[in-house]
Structure formats: C-alpha cells, structure tokens
Design a protein around this ligand. Structure first.
Ligand code: GLP
Length: 248
C-alpha cells in the first residue's frame, strides 16, 4: 500500500488524474473502473481538461462503474449513470457503448447482478479501479457485513449511507434503499486500485480501514491485501494517522 499525501481536494484530484492519465497513455484500450460521489468529481474535471488539451484520448477506453441505485434509470438525475454522463462521459470522446454500470431499472436483482457479472467477465479485470470510501468503510456499495461479498450483488443500504447520500436528493425519503454493487473479489482483481479521500470527516475511517484489522465490518480494509493499492488523500483525511503515512 502506498499513501500519497496531498494539500487539499484540488491537489488530490490533480494527482489522481496524473495516475489515471499514465495508465491511459500506456494502454489506450484500458479498462477503467470508475466511481461516483463527490470525491471523484475533481479528478474527472482534470481528466476532461487533459482531453480538451489534446493530452488524453478516450476513444478506445472501456469503463465499468462500481454501482447503481436499484430503481433509478439513467435519465434520473440522481442515478449514477446520469452522474457519469454529466461529470465525465459527455465531455470526452468515449464511446457510450463502452461505458458500463449495473442496470438500475432491472427489478429482478439476480438477473441484474448476473448480467453485470457477465459484462465484467467480458471486459476482464480493470487496469485501474478508482474508489472513494463511505464513512462506514464501504467501497462501491459494499456495506459492513459478516463476510466479503465476492461478485455483483444487491445491497440494503446502511442508515449511515442513506443519511450521507440524502444530500443529493430533495428529501431523505427519496434516497433508494437498495443498490447493485460490484463485489469485493471484482474490485480486488483490478491490476491497480486507487482510492481518493478528502476531508476531516473521513479521517477516522481511514485510520480504521488501513491501520486496523482487515475485516468485512470495514469493507475497505481488504485493500490492505491488494498488491498495488494507492491511497491519495489530503492532509485532513490523513489527520488521524499522523506521522504513520509516507509521501511519494
Ligand atoms: C457512495 C458511493 C461510493 C462512494 C461513497 C462516498 O455511497 N456508492 O462509491 O465512495 O458514496 O462518497 P463521497 O465521495 O461523496 O464521500
């Protein structure tokens, strides 16, 4: 595990974009595992800027997203499909047919998850998986549990997650209670995993996840076992681990 300490959110976003750009430059037809939430917005903004400057080409890139709310279609502004279109896809030369997310409109969970696993099998492991982290240590929507769920599955969202995500909806009641998420085995099979974290409110979970025991009660802790895991976090997010972290 490598930790890159940054000054703030902007610095984090630029450094994350550097790393993603490097992967895309070395492998133009790479598979990128992408994430939603406020953490990656700045990273996507930086990638768009580089595309506009002529430094990045998305024409051969395939993307697979971590998760999607069950019950929301891509036209719903709260859906992750919509988020990805707004924050990245519609601004770069990516082929929309090569951008994948679980199908939130499929009500049959088994069908939705099986279909997404089939897509993931076809694309193969991601060359880089981008992740944020929830306050309870969730990655994608893999919530604290008794075991690590391997493949795509339907989850009941934790109260804490519903609370945290309510800020994107007009009321808490509108937040879906279930989501489809990529499983831990799929996330762990990515060649490189990049987590971006910003803000003091994430400091405690960062300490627990990466300086505590590996446990499905803190899903992100499994990343301690990933052979190429990079954490890019700002000073506020690293404030609980003091001098333990190493810069690069
Ligand atoms: C959501 C997403 C996660 C994301 C998390 C943290 O629950 N499913 O993939 O990491 O929120 O979001 P934020 O970056 O907004 O703190």
């Amino acid at each position: 595990m490598r930790i890159i300490r940054t000054r703030d959110y902007e610095d984090m976003s630029r450094k994350a974009a550097n790393l993603i750009s490097a992967v895309m430059t070395m492998k133009p037809d790479c598979v990128l595992g992408l994430a939603t939430g406020s953490s990656p917005v700045g990273t996507y903004r930086n990638l768009i800027r580089r595309y506009e400057n002529g430094d990045l080409d998305f024409s051969q890139v395939t993307t697979v997203n971590l998760d999607e709310y069950k019950g929301l279609d891509g036209e719903n502004p709260q859906s992750y499909r919509y988020f990805m279109r707004e924050n990245l896809f519609s601004h770069v030369n990516i082929d929309p047919a090569r951008t994948f997310l679980p199908d939130g409109t499929e009500e049959d969970s088994e069908k939705a998850c099986g279909a997404y696993d089939e897509i993931l099998r076809r694309t193969g492991p991601a060359d880089l998986q981008l992740l944020g982290i929830g306050h309870d240590g969730h990655i994608g929507f893999n919530e604290p549990a008794d075991t690590f769920a391997k493949m795509t599955h339907c989850v009941d969202l934790a109260e804490m997650t519903i609370e945290a995500n309510a800020r994107f909806f007009s009321s808490r009641e509108e937040v879906p209670t279930q989501a489809y998420t990529m499983g831990i085995q799929t996330i762990m099979s990515a060649a490189k995993v990049l987590m971006i974290v910003s803000g003091a409110d994430k400091a405690e979970i960062i300490r627990k996840a990466f300086f505590g025991p590996v446990t499905p009660q803190v899903p992100a802790s499994i990343l301690q076992f990933h052979p190429d895991f990079v954490l890019i976090a700002d000073e506020a997010a690293l404030s609980e681990i003091g001098k333990i972290s190493v810069g690069v």
